[in-house]
Design a protein around this ligand. Structure first.
Ligand code: MG
Length: 161
């Protein structure tokens, strides 16, 4: 059995008139995130970590934002597709650790919910840990201009060798 790690990072800026979806969970918040898809920054970071671990490039390669098929798409559908492509390439995620960086909304109370929704995309056991931090008022997240997310995933090969 071989193991690999992958990391992902994503940023989306706040925008008016959009729902705020993080880790597949809708937040009651006056601003959403700008983006071609639903702009779920947390799910995008996880997708890139999975693709990275499987040596499959990145989200932009698999789901170009010039493709109208992905306009406002639910990122959970994209995550499920990534999981399938990773499996097809012979890799399976066993654990992912995510960090969400923002001042608001408060992520902590809903992190278990987010982890549970994200885990649904995997047809096999996986643990997903969601953490959140502010940046103490510093930088674009500190100024409330957007949200950043980081992810790391541990993958094992699915073949016996
Ligand atoms: Mg993104």
């Amino acid at each position: 059995m071989s193991i690999r790690v992958g990391q992902g990072f994503d940023v989306h800026g706040f925008a008016e008139g959009r729902p705020l979806v993080l880790g597949g969970i809708r937040f009651d918040y006056p601003l959403g995130l700008a983006g071609h898809s639903d702009a779920d920054v947390v799910t995008h970071a996880l997708m890139d970590a999975l693709l990275g671990g499987a040596n499959l490039g990145d989200i932009g390669l698999h789901f170009p934002d010039t493709d109208v098929a992905y306009k406002d798409i639910d990122s959970q559908r994209l995550l499920a597709e990534v999981v399938q492509r990773v499996l097809k390439a012979g890799w399976r995620a066993v654990h992912a650790d995510l960090t969400v960086l923002c001042e608001r909304p408060k992520i902590g109370p809903r992190r278990g919910e987010m982890a549970a929704v994200l885990a649904r995309a995997f047809p096999h056991p996986v643990t997903i840990n969601v953490k959140a931090t502010t940046t103490e008022g510093l930088g674009f997240t500190g100024r409330g201009e957007g949200i950043a997310a980081m992810a790391i995933a541990l993958l094992t090969s699915t073949d016996a060798g």
